[in-house]
Write a protein that binds this ligand. Structure first.
Ligand SMILES: [Zn+2]
Length: 329
């Protein structure tokens, strides 16, 4: 069986998303996936941070739901299959089809509605990223937005509502994504969630001290709860360069971050993702068509087929399966 390469964080254009069945200007569409051997992607219903009032929350919820419907409907059920469970993804891969998954980015889309995770899960979504840039009702962000009135911290990590939201995600069988969440909020979510948490698009602060990364204490917390850090292809998270200079980050930098995380917490807790069409893309892995570039860089570091399988999808599937089992049980 070919390697199940699963990219766990890919944005779509919204509104007016390009048709992924055709060759587009996007970094990810089905033709590029087919050329690059990218077997499956999680397309994101990303909701930008807006006003935290009833109207703002209502619009955010409507957008997330419309995007989840859109992502699901673009898969044709034959060559491109929407996969709502780990089993469906594995069957899709075995059949040689490309897998389409969905998730929601920014708990802002929940507003204060604890019923949202169940509805999103019914549409097939596999995770919720608790925050984006800017604090919301659930948690503090790693990157506050002073222009939206944010101070450095608002809740001291998770809010009381955020704690209920984590429980609602657990009950619905959706994974808790702590990318974008403040360190304190991330550590609280790790301790609180019954299902292991994931950072779907992050990097190691030990190698590049960017607020969107996770430091060694956070890596240790992920290991302790059986969680997962997905090293992502965003240059600014991988390598520091002086302001105004082009970031020369490459697949070698990604491999450095993977190596650091693996040495610290073990291969079972590390993965990779792109953040394509949302700011991702590095030298050697500029789009889905060039996916072999990253795999080759990892292989050159000594990762064999088993390890590559874990990094590309095995670990994420383990967490997703666990989330489903806990929700069912
Ligand atoms: Zn993001």
């Amino acid at each position: 069986m070919t390697l199940l390469t699963l990219d766990t964080h890919v944005d779509i254009g919204w509104p007016n998303p390009p048709d992924p069945r055709t060759e587009t200007k996007q970094q990810v569409d089905f033709p590029k996936m087919a050329r690059g051997g990218m077997r499956a992607v999680v397309f994101i219903a990303y909701v930008p941070q807006g006003r935290r009032d009833a109207a703002g929350h209502e619009a955010a919820a409507a957008r997330a739901e419309a995007m989840l419907h859109h992502i699901r409907e673009r898969a044709d059920g034959r060559a491109f299959r929407f996969c709502a469970t780990p089993g469906e993804l594995e069957a899709c891969h075995a059949a040689g089809a490309l897998g389409v998954l969905s998730a929601v980015e920014n708990g802002y889309a929940m507003g204060r509605d604890l019923g949202a995770p169940t509805r999103w899960r019914a549409l097939g979504a596999c995770y919720l990223t608790l925050t984006h840039d800017g604090h919301n009702e659930l948690a503090d962000s790693a990157r506050p937005r002073p222009a939206l009135g944010d101070g450095p911290e608002e809740h001291g990590g998770l809010s009381a509502f955020g704690r209920q939201a984590v429980a609602a995600l657990n009950a619905a069988g959706m994974l808790v994504d702590v990318s974008h969440v403040s360190k304190r909020g991330m550590l609280q979510a790790a301790a609180l969630s019954r299902s292991p948490i994931v950072a779907t698009h992050t990097a190691c602060r030990a190698l590049c001290d960017h607020p969107r990364g996770v430091d060694d204490e956070q890596l240790d917390a992920l290991k302790a709860v059986g969680g997962l850090a997905q090293i992502t292809a965003v240059g600014a998270f991988l390598r520091r360069v002086p302001d105004g200079q082009k970031n020369p980050a490459s697949v070698e930098d990604m491999a450095d971050h993977v190596d650091h995380a693996v040495r610290r917490i073990g291969i079972e807790h590390v993965g990779v993702s792109s953040d394509f069409d949302g700011g991702g893309g590095v030298i050697g892995w500029p789009d889905a068509a060039e996916t072999p570039g990253l795999t080759a860089a990892l292989r050159a570091r000594g990762y064999g087929e088993r390890e590559l399988g874990l990094l590309w999808s095995g670990n994420f599937l383990r967490l997703w399966r666990r989330a489903q089992a806990l929700a069912a049980g």
